[in-house]
Design a protein around this ligand. Structure first.
Ligand code: ADP
Length: 442
């Protein structure tokens, strides 16, 4: 038995003995009991009221504690209070350290509540987003950082890709903004703004350089190709010059393809989003692409086509044509004669899917993540031989990204390859939602 409980029991026994003694002296049993036990009752009432007052006034319970069971109760509450205080101190220390760490991050960090109002921001948010905390506490983010693109981005709730914005207070910087929902039912948001000015400008310089260089190369190449054609067609050209001339024409044609692809890539890079979005009659486009692929194959491949003729897409027709044809032409170019090529265009649970499967040599897994890099080829010599520019899948990647779609490549050496483009469900249209393209009168 605990000391407190034993003490109380002792008091009760003593009270009982005192009551018996009083009854023996001739006092009535009820009066005897009352006289003997009243001090015990008063002691309990006093300790109870004292404890209630201490707790109400949020006093720390410290020794000396009363004796008996009340001492045990006071001690237990005192220990509980001490544990709580330590826990709170630990929380406060952690919170301070977290604040210090967040304040030393060079990126702007802003916490928004469920109504998209500012709850907290670090000092970097002041420089990068002109957002001052605590003076902007509770204000809507759209009011403090005025940028329609950011407001729409936060409301849309699709945070897969960061948003690039030039803040109104300082147009010379470029921010990459990411949003992460968190908290109860993911209603709160953490906005992270990273200064990407340097990378952005380097990218602009690179893009402009490639675009300008390609453009500048176009004219001299046209002149060279023209003269080569004239020489090749001329009856006065010595017979011994015909082969080198043909080779030069072939290489000039390759160079033209590379320049055209580089210009296409530069154009695609100009805007993140596809502009002039329209209703694209994909089955109609695929019909043309399959005809071109058959011509490229020259009867060396077996084609199996499965197109959902009712399934259309919201997008840019010229870009989609370029992406789909690059994938299908690759299947023709990179597989030997006799290979089978399957093309399908269908609606799936996750949205429209364009898929090209071949039973050619396939691609080793180490190459797959790098296929969309510019000029990346699995087999350089063979790819050049097949007339590839090495830019086809880079174009595909850009086109798909501009359509919020993704490219999935599945392949194993010797098992063929499968390239599929997965479009978001909201980009699908049915044939009734699209007018059929009209043929231009001659
Ligand atoms: P290229 O102009 O060389 O075809 P791409 O960017 O279109 O350039 O493709 C990159 C590389 O991916 C190709 O060089 C080729 O090695 C590989 N590749 C693409 N499609 C296939 C395929 N269906 N089967 C095997 N390899 C392929």
């Amino acid at each position: 038995m605990r000391a407190g409980a034993a003490f109380e029991l002792g008091l009760l026994i003593a009270g009982g003995l005192a009551a018996s003694l009083l009854i023996w002296f001739g006092i009535g049993w009820a009066e005897s009991l009352l006289i003997a036990l009243l001090p015990l009752l008063l002691r309990h009432a006093w300790n109870l009221f004292r404890l209630a007052r201490l707790i109400r006034r949020q006093h720390r319970l410290v020794p000396p504690f009363p004796s008996g069971i009340w001492g045990d109760i006071y001690r237990a509450i005192g220990q509980y209070q001490q544990r709580g205080r330590k826990g709170r101190k630990r929380q406060l220390r952690f919170f301070r350290r977290f604040r210090e760490a967040a304040n030393s991050v060079p990126d702007a960090l802003v916490v928004l509540d469920k109504n998209r109002c500012i709850e907290w921001a670090n000092p970097a948010a002041q420089v990068l987003m002109d957002l001052h905390w605590p003076s902007d506490d509770g204000k809507p983010l759209s009011e403090v950082f005025e940028h329609p693109d950011l407001s729409n981005y936060i409301v849309a709730g699709e945070y897969g890709r960061p948003l690039e914005v030039a803040p109104a207070h300082n147009r010379s910087i470029m921010l990459s903004v990411r949003v992460a929902p968190f908290g109860e039912r993911k209603k709160q948001r953490l906005v992270v703004g990273r200064d990407i000015t340097k990378i952005f400008h380097l990218n602009l310089i690179r893009r402009d350089f490639v675009a300008n260089a390609s453009h500048e190369l176009r004219t001299p190449l046209t002149v060279i190709t023209g003269f080569l054609e004239t020489l090749a067609d001329s009856a006065q050209t010595p017979a011994g010059h015909r082969r080198p001339l043909n080779l030069m024409q072939h290489q000039a044609e390759r160079m033209r393809s590379i320049i055209e692809d580089l210009l296409t890539l530069s154009r695609l890079e100009m805007d993140e989003e596809a502009v002039d979005i329209d209703k694209v009659d994909v089955p109609y486009e695929l019909e043309q692409i399959v005809a071109d692929a058959s011509a490229l194959s020259g009867g060396r491949h077996r084609f199996q086509i499965d197109i959902d003729t009712e399934l259309m897409l919201l997008g840019k027709d010229s870009e989609l044509r370029s992406a789909f044809s690059n994938i299908l032409f690759n299947a023709v170019k990179h597989t030997p004669a006799g290979s089978q090529i399957q093309l399908s265009w269908s609606q799936t649970e996750s949205g429209p899917v364009f898929k090209v499967t071949d039973d050619g040599p396939g691609i080793a897994s180490k190459h797959i993540p790098r296929l969309t890099e510019r000029f990346y080829r699995v087999d350089k010599a063979r790819s050049r031989e097949s007339g590839g520019t090495g830019l086809g899948l880079a174009i595909v990647k850009h086109v798909l990204s501009r359509h919020h779609a993704r490219l999935v490549v599945a392949s194993e050496p010797g098992q063929g390859a499968q390239f599929s483009c997965h479009f978001p469900p909201e980009s699908a249209l049915t044939a009734t939602q699209i007018e059929h393209p009209t043929t231009n009168p001659a």
